[in-house]
Each structure stands twice: as structure tokens, then as C-alpha cells.
Design a protein around this ligand. Structure first.
Ligand code: PBG
Length: 330
């Protein structure tokens, strides 16, 4: 870049001198349209249960979700993402509960579609909420087997679409799953159901509180490094995205967000498609704890989200969605 002018003719501080001029020259903004609200679902009735590892976040029984979805809708949040806490007695090695049309996700999708037809619903496709070993796929001889897993995932996706899910989000990182899901959806007349592929999902240490929230923490045997990406890698994320786009992804997700801004930016620059980012549970927990103990002030939340937008994200899955939408809608 050519540098134009020099001090004292040029004073960059002039454009920063007051609020109105800062607003005029701002390059990025955060609105409620950029936020995706994750909602945790649990069994039972009349339950709103605080999640210890994520202060301020609750699990809801299905009969209680209408209220929170109503609120999200009023605040102009376009999309909610639902995550189930499956009871242990419904978990097994194959994760068969994923295909039960009365599982928590299916119940929640039906409920939201009925009461809030104007908000988008997203659901993960992966087996980890349903397996007794906590992995996203089927485990055989200590290996997560790809090709058998994606067949089940395409059935899981189809079931969710039948329930009324708008955005199918494969978060499993198996090879070839976007293609097989797109095919299954198209064959069954769900041509307008979108696929949000978690294309660049890293084997990250920042997922701990989430695993705690859905109860897969104590279950997980080993780690997910044989399918989720190695955090040493960046170019590989572009290959992941290229394949998923070819297979039919409508948009792609980078996860986690804040430690991976470089990945968001290079995907945006290389592919010019909508890139979403997931500010994961570990990021949430770090920030909220720092605020609660007085180490950071509350505006650190907006700064973290704005930086993700600045990197190129079109939308952000964040546990702060409700609080921040309230604040920025004012
Ligand atoms: C699993 C899934 C995970 C998250 C969303 N979907 C965890 C994992 O891969 O183990 C993490 C989200 C978060 O930490 O907020 N398919």
C-alpha cells in the first residue's frame, strides 16, 4: 500500500476526535442479523437448568423453549441452533438415538416450527450427543469409521429436514458427508434445505464447557484428532472448504472463532462465500469469567464479536447472542 501524506499535514486522530466522526468512518458493524443463538435442550418438563461450566447459560426442557425463541425472534436474531443433552440410558455405541424421530432435537424442531415459523432453525449433524463413547462417528477397532458413519449422518440430516429444520449443519468432520447429505435431501424433495458445513473445525481445547453441557465430557474416549483439524494447519482449511463447496455446502463455518481469525479471513478472501464463525464454549467461558471477576469490562464481548466480523464472518454462533442483541438493538 502507498502511504499518502505525512505528519503534520496528516493527523489520523482527526477522524477519531468524537463519537459522531468515529461512527462516520467505521468500517464494520455488528447487528442482531449477525447473531446465531445456541439453545441447549434437556429431557423432562418445566425445566430451566443453569449450566455450571457456562455461567448465564441454561438447558431448557422442550416445553420451555418457546419463550426463549420468542425473545430471540423479537430481538431480530435470524437463526437458532439446537443442541441436545441426551440421557445416558439412550446412548449406545452406534448413536441410534440420532435416528429416533422423537429425540430431543426432533421434538424441539417441531415445537419451534409450530410456534415460531419465522425464525430459522439449525441443527448439528453428528453422533456425539448420542454415542456412549462421545465420538462424532462410529467407533470400530479404535477407529472412527468414515464411510459407515456418513450413511447414518445422511439419515440423521433427512430426519431433521422432515421435522422442519431449515439449516443442516454437519459438525462431524467426516470426509464426503456434505455430498451424501445434499444427495439425500435433494432426492427427498428438500432442495431448499440449506447446508452449513463446519468445514474448518479444529480439534480444539476450547470445547470443554460444551461437552460438559451436553454430557459427553466424561464419556469421550481419547480425542478427536483423527477427524477434526490440527491447529497447526491453515492451508488445509482451504482444501476442506473447496471440497465442501463442491459437494453442495451453502455456507461454511470456522470453529473456534477468536484463535482462528486468520482462517476466517483467508477463506473469505479465497472463496467469496458466506463464512460463519462459532465463538465456542471455551471462548465464552473465558470472557464471562473475566468479566465476572472484574478483570475485563463488559465491552470486551462486543470487541470479540466485532473482530470476528472484521476478519470476514457474515454471522457468528455465540452464547452471548441474546445479551448482545438486547444491547445493540437499543
Ligand atoms: C460436536 C460439537 C461440538 C461443539 C459443537 N458441536 C464439540 C466437539 O466437537 O466435541 C462445540 C461447541 C462449543 O464448544 O461451544 N459435534
Amino acid at each position: 500500500m502507498r502511504i499518502l501524506g505525512k505528519y503534520p499535514n496528516i493527523r489520523l486522530r482527526r477522524n477519531r476526535k468524537s463519537d459522531w466522526t468515529r461512527r462516520l468512518v467505521s468500517e464494520n458493524n455488528l447487528t442482531a442479523n449477525d447473531l446465531i443463538l445456541p439453545i441447549f435442550i434437556t429431557t423432562g418438563k418445566n425445566k430451566i437448568e443453569p449450566i455450571k461450566s457456562m455461567p448465564g447459560i441454561n438447558r431448557y426442557s422442550v416445553d420451555k423453549i418457546t419463550k426463549i425463541v420468542n425473545k430471540a425472534n423479537k430481538l431480530n436474531i435470524p437463526l437458532v441452533a439446537i443442541f441436545p443433552q441426551t440421557p445416558n440410558n439412550k446412548k449406545n455405541s452406534m448413536g441410534t438415538e440420532a435416528l429416533n424421530e422423537d429425540n430431543l432435537v426432533c421434538q424441539a424442531i417441531r415445537k419451534i416450527k409450530k410456534n415460531n415459523p419465522n425464525i430459522g432453525i439449525m441443527a448439528d449433524v453428528a453422533l456425539d450427543p448420542y454415542t456412549d463413547h462421545g465420538h462424532d462417528g462410529i467407533l470400530k477397532n479404535k477407529e472412527i469409521i468414515n464411510d459407515e458413519t456418513i450413511k447414518i449422518l445422511s439419515q440423521q440430516a433427512l430426519l431433521q429436514a422432515e421435522m422442519g429444520c431449515d439449516v443442516i449443519a454437519p459438525s462431524d468432520m467426516m470426509d464426503g458427508r456434505v455430498g451424501i447429505i445434499r444427495k439425500a435431501l435433494d432426492k427427498n424433495n428438500f432442495k431448499n434445505v440449506q447446508i452449513l458445513s463446519y468445514a474448518a473445525k479444529y480439534a480444539s481445547n476450547f470445547y470443554g464447557p460444551f461437552r460438559n453441557a451436553i454430557g459427553s465430557m466424561n464419556k469421550l474416549k481419547g480425542d478427536k484428532k483423527s477427524y477434526q483439524m490440527d491447529y497447526k494447519n491453515a492451508s488445509e482449511a482451504l482444501r476442506e472448504v473447496a471440497l465442501d463447496v463442491k459437494e453442495g455446502a451453502d455456507f461454511v463455518m470456522v470453529k473456534p472463532a477468536l484463535p482462528y481469525l486468520d482462517i476466517i479471513k483467508s477463506i473469505k478472501e479465497n472463496f467469496r462465500l458466506p463464512v460463519f464463525a462459532y465463538q465456542v464454549s471455551g471462548e465464552y467461558s473465558m470472557i464471562i469469567r473475566a468479566i465476572k471477576t472484574g478483570v475485563l469490562n463488559k465491552d470486551a464481548i462486543i470487541e470479540s464479536l466485532l473482530s470476528i466480523k472484521r476478519a470476514g464472518a457474515s454471522a457468528i454462533v455465540t452464547y452471548f447472542a441474546m445479551d448482545i442483541a438486547k444491547k445493540i438493538n437499543k
